[in-house]
Design a protein around this ligand. Structure first.
Ligand code: HEC
Ligand code: HEC
Ligand SMILES: [Ca+2]
Ligand SMILES: [Ca+2]
Length: 450
C-alpha cells in the first residue's frame, strides 16, 4: 500500500505540473542568452521568472507586461517561442528588482535580476586572505575552528599555501568530514528511507549502508571519483572491499525483499546498481524512469524534472509501457528520459521477477539496447555508466558537490562561475580525486577571498 501511495503522488505531481505549465520558457530563455552563466545546463529554473509558478517575480512581471503589448500574445508555447526573442531585449535596460543593476548586467553577471540582494559581485577585487582561509578550512572540513594556538602558529609559517593544504588534508581525514559532511552529501543522492531500509518494518527493500560506505570510500584517500559510476565492488561493514555476491538473508517476522548485494560483478555500475538504488528507484515500474532520472540528478547534476539536460532523440519516446508520454507536452522531457531509462529496464525491481531484487535479468524487457545518453547510443547500463563517467556533466557535478557543501548553494556570480569552471575542467588533471579538487577549491578566491 505505502508504495502505491508514492507512485500515485509522483504521477499526480507531474500531471498537475504539465496540465498548466509552460516549461519550455526555461529553454527559450537560454536559447536567447546561451552565454548567460545561469544557462550552464541549457535552461534556467522556473524561479528565474516565477516566485512559485504561475506567480511571477519582479523580472517575470516586467516580461509579462512587455509581452502583453503584442496583440497575438496568447500564452501558448508557440507565442512564447515567437515573442520572447522580441520582448527579452526590450526589458534589458530595466532594473526589475531595483538594486541598481540593469537586467542585462545581471543576466551577464549571473546574478538574479529579480532579487535585490543578489548583485553582480566585485570578483577580481577580492584578495586571498590566508588567515581567513585557515579558519574556514577548519569550520568547513574539520567541523570546528582551529584553536587559537594553531592560528598563531599558522601566522608564523613561511609557506602558508603548503601549510593550508596540510591542514586541509588533516581535516579530510577527520570523523567530521567522513561521518558527517560526506554523509550529508550522500543523502540526497541515496535518498534513504528508514521505513524501507535494513531496519524497515515490515518490509525491507535494501540496505543503504552499503551505499553510504561505497560513496565515502570513493570520495576519500584520493580515489578516482568515476568509481561512483564504475565500481564493481562493495564495501563491507569492516571497511574491506569485496567483489563477491552478497546474498539476501531472512529476518524473522519481516518481509525481506532485499538486504544483500545480489548483482553479478560484471553488471555493476557503482552507486547506480546497489540493491537500494535499484529497488527504491525502480519499485514496480517496467520502465524505470525514476532510476534514470535520479542517476542523472545525483551523479550528473542535471534534473529533467526542471527541464535541464534535455537531449531529445528522434522518434522517441516509444512509450513501451503505454504511459501516455507520446503527446508533445510529455515528449518535451520524455524523448530524453525514456531512452535514458531503457538500460535500467533489465534490472529486477520489486514487482514480478525471476531473480532477487536488483539482479540482472536480460529477459525482463526487449528494449535494453535501444537507449541513448547525451545523444549517444548505449547498449546497456555498463555503457551508460561509462558515457556518463567520461562526460563533462560528471565533472561539473563533482565541482557542484564541493561548491554546495562549502558555500551552501550553486555558483551564481561571475567569480563563482569562473572558479567552478576551473574546478571541473581540472578534474582530469586532479585524477578525479575529490580531495585534490577540494584542495584546488580552497586555494580559490571564492573560498579564501575577502
Ligand atoms: C523566462 C521567464 C519564464 C520562465 C523561466 C518560466 N516562465 Fe512561466 N511564465 C512566464 C511568463 C512571462 C508567463 C506569462 C504570464 C501571463 O501572461 O499571465 C508565464 C506563465 C506561466 C504559467 C501560467 C500560464 C497561464 O496560462 O496563465 C504557468 C503555470 C507557468 N508559467 C509555469 C512555469 C513553470 C512550471 C516554469 C518552469 C518549468 C516556468 N513557468 C518558467 C515566464 C517564465
Ligand atoms: C519537465 C519534464 C517532464 C514533463 C513535461 C513530463 N514528465 Fe513525466 N517524468 C519526468 C521525470 C523527470 C520523471 C521521473 C521522476 C522524477 O525524477 O521526478 C517522470 C516520470 C514519469 C512517469 C513515471 C512515474 C513513476 O513513478 O514511475 C510517468 C508515467 C510520466 N512521467 C508521465 C508523464 C506524462 C503522461 C506527461 C505529460 C502529460 C509527462 N510525464 C510530462 C519529467 C517530465
Ligand atoms: Ca537589478
Ligand atoms: Ca539583482
Amino acid at each position: 500500500m505505502f508504495i502505491c501511495r508514492i507512485v500515485i503522488l509522483t504521477l499526480f505531481g507531474f500531471a498537475s505540473l504539465v496540465a498548466q505549465a509552460i516549461p519550455n520558457n526555461t529553454v527559450f530563455f537560454c536559447q536567447h542568452y546561451p552565454e548567460a552563466p545561469s544557462c550552464g545546463v541549457g535552461s534556467v529554473a522556473c524561479q528565474y521568472c516565477h516566485v512559485i509558478a504561475p506567480t511571477l517575480n519582479a523580472y517575470g512581471a516586467d516580461l509579462k507586461q512587455d509581452l502583453e503589448q503584442f496583440e497575438e500574445y496568447d500564452k501558448t508555447v508557440e507565442s512564447f517561442s515567437r515573442l520572447l526573442p522580441l520582448s527579452l531585449p526590450r526589458i534589458e535596460d530595466l532594473d526589475s528588482d531595483q538594486d541598481g543593476f540593469s537586467n542585462i548586467m545581471e543576466i551577464n553577471a549571473g546574478s538574479e535580476p529579480w532579487n535585490d540582494v543578489s548583485k553582480p559581485d566585485p570578483g577580481e577585487d577580492l584578495v586571498y586572505d590566508f588567515d581567513f582561509a585557515f579558519r574556514r578550512v577548519g569550520t568547513t572540513y574539520c567541523g570546528q575552528s582551529p584553536s587559537y594556538e594553531a592560528r598563531q602558529s599558522f601566522v608564523l609559517k613561511t609557506d602558508k599555501k603548503q601549510e593550508l593544504s596540510r591542514y586541509l588534508a588533516q581535516c579530510l581525514q577527520s570523523s567530521y568530514w567522513r561521518d558527517f559532511a560526506l554523509q550529508r552529501l550522500a543523502d540526497k543522492r541515496i535518498r534513504p528511507n528508514l521505513a524501507l531500509g535494513v531496519d524497515g518494518d515490515p518490509f525491507i527493500i535494501g540496505d543503504y549502508n552499503y551505499d553510504y560506505r561505497l560513496f565515502r570510500h570513493i570520495l576519500t584517500e584520493g580515489r578516482d571519483a568515476r568509481l561512483l559510476l564504475l565500481a564493481d565492488f562493495h564495501v563491507a561493514e569492516d571497511g574491506s572491499v569485496t567483489r563477491d555476491i552478497i546474498p539476501d538473508y531472512r529476518i524473522p517476522q519481516k518481509f525481506v525483499l532485499g538486504n544483500g548485494q545480489p548483482l553479478i560483478p560484471t553488471r555493476r555500475a557503482g552507486m547506480l546498481t546497489t540493491q537500494w538504488f535499484l529497488s527504491s528507484n525502480i519499485m514496480f515500474a517496467i520502465m524505470p524512469r525514476n532510476a534514470a532520472s535520479q542517476a542523472y540528478r545525483a551523479y550528473l547534476g542535471i534534473d529533467i524534472a526542471k527541464s535541464e539536460g534535455l537531449f531529445p532523440i528522434a522518434n522517441e519516446p516509444k512509450d513501451y509501457d503505454a504511459a501516455g508520454v507520446k503527446s508533445p507536452a510529455c515528449a518535451f522531457c520524455h524523448s530524453t528520459l525514456d531512452p535514458m531509462s531503457y538500460a535500467f529496464s533489465t534490472f529486477e525491481g520489486l514487482g514480478r521477477r525471476q531473480g532477487p531484487v536488483g539482479s540482472y535479468n536480460p529477459n525482463r524487457t526487449t528494449w535494453e539496447g535501444e537507449g541513448y545518453l547525451f545523444n549517444q547510443p548505449v547498449n546497456d547500463l555498463s555503457d551508460w555508466a561509462s558515457v556518463a563517467a567520461e562526460s563533462d556533466f560528471f565533472k561539473q557535478n563533482l565541482a557542484y558537490m564541493i561548491f554546495e557543501q562549502a558555500i551552501g548553494r550553486r555558483p551564481v556570480t561571475n567569480l563563482e562561475q569562473k572558479v567552478w569552471q576551473d574546478l571541473w575542467q581540472s578534474a582530469e588533471n586532479d585524477g578525479y580525486s575529490f580531495d585534490r579538487m577540494i584542495d584546488r577549491f580552497v586555494s580559490s578566491k571564492v573560498f579564501g577571498g575577502r
